[in-house]
Ligand binder design. Structure first.
Ligand code: RRO
Length: 307
């Protein structure tokens, strides 16, 4: 029987599949993801203050995936961490990654200090939301200097909790940004956030479908971008990678692991295939490994590099 469990940054995951941030925002949905086979859930990114998000519609499916402009809708860090703490108490075995977003180094430090009060297993720094440029300008993490500064400042207050940097594909050199994050103490990299921004126009209404007009693109159409980004990051750093972005089939999983991912995020595919996708992928990946005499998923990590 193939070994699918993974140790990532010192934390044990029962299988390589996790729920990325922002796919769900309701507790019942997080629970359904775990019950359907996800090894961990990433909570919707929290900001210092409550945010109502962008105008509706915020999410739109199309032939090759999904476009979203949720606009960081969340209850704010104080309410958010109370909610997570209560949820974790009610569900002590669930593995939760706390995701945080800010627009200033100091704010990131405040968010991490507050998150630390509930002793999370892992913290994700969302350095890459594509949907708030109008308000805040380009995400800090799109520039290596700022990304490094954030990680360095956060690591001073994060103690033993692993800190992951979630990066944007919409940059010239994602490997270089990952490297700077590693040099400043990041424990892992999450790649990628959505591609774009993009736009879809409703030709009958003669206007863009999203309330905020532009949005981040996810789903099967972006898989080659994800694979290339994970490949480039694996070449640039030694810290482990969580690969996500357009993965919906077992073959995609094998591809992203061969590019260098240790864990795999399954997000948009839950919209198109339902939550059964987790158990289905586990079974199909395990069958593939048995057929190819691969005993442990870690044997496959990065094999496409021949280094
Ligand atoms: O909330 C969003 O609009 C959003 C976020 Br925080 C993110 O990181 N990526 C994305 O595609 N949408």
């Amino acid at each position: 029987m193939a070994k699918l469990n993974v140790n990532y940054c010192g934390v044990d995951f029962s299988n390589p599949f996790i729920l990325p941030s922002g796919i769900f925002s309701e507790k019942v949905q997080y629970s359904q993801a775990i019950k359907s086979g996800a090894a961990a859930i990433t909570w919707k990114s929290l900001t210092c203050l409550l945010r109502d998000g962008n105008p509706l519609p915020r999410v739109w499916k199309y032939d090759c995936g999904v476009i979203n402009s949720v606009g960081l809708r969340n209850p704010g860090i104080d309410a958010g961490i109370s909610e997570i703490a209560k949820y974790q108490k009610d569900n002590p075995t669930y593995l939760i990654i706390v995701s945080l977003f800010a627009t200033k180094v100091k704010e990131f430090v405040t968010l991490v200090e507050k998150a630390m009060t509930i002793n999370p297993k892992l913290i994700e720094l969302n350095l890459s939301c594509p949907n708030v440029d109008d308000e805040f300008g380009k995400p800090l993490g799109m520039e290596k200097g700022a990304a490094g500064e954030i990680v360095k400042a956060v690591k001073k207050v994060s103690g033993k909790i692993p800190v992951l940097a979630k990066l944007s594909p919409n940059v010239t050199n994602i490997g270089e940004i990952a490297k700077v994050c590693e040099e400043n103490g990041a424990d892992g990299i999450v790649a990628i956030n959505t591609v774009g921004p993009g736009m879809i126009i409703d030709i009958n209404k003669r206007k863009p479908v999203l309330g905020a007009l532009r949005g981040g693109v996810s789903g099967p159409g972006i898989l080659p971008v994800t694979v290339r980004c994970v490949y480039d990051i694996y070449e640039a750093v030694k810290i482990p990678i969580i690969g996500m972005g357009g993965i919906s089939k077992w073959q995609d999983t094998v591809e992203i692991v061969m590019a260098g991912a240790t864990l795999v995020g399954i997000g948009s595919a839950t919209y198109t295939k339902g939550l059964k996708v987790y158990d289905q992928l586990k079974k199909e990946l395990s069958d593939y490994m048995d057929k190819n005499n691969i005993k442990d998923i870690k044997e496959l990590v990065g094999v496409a590099h021949h280094k």
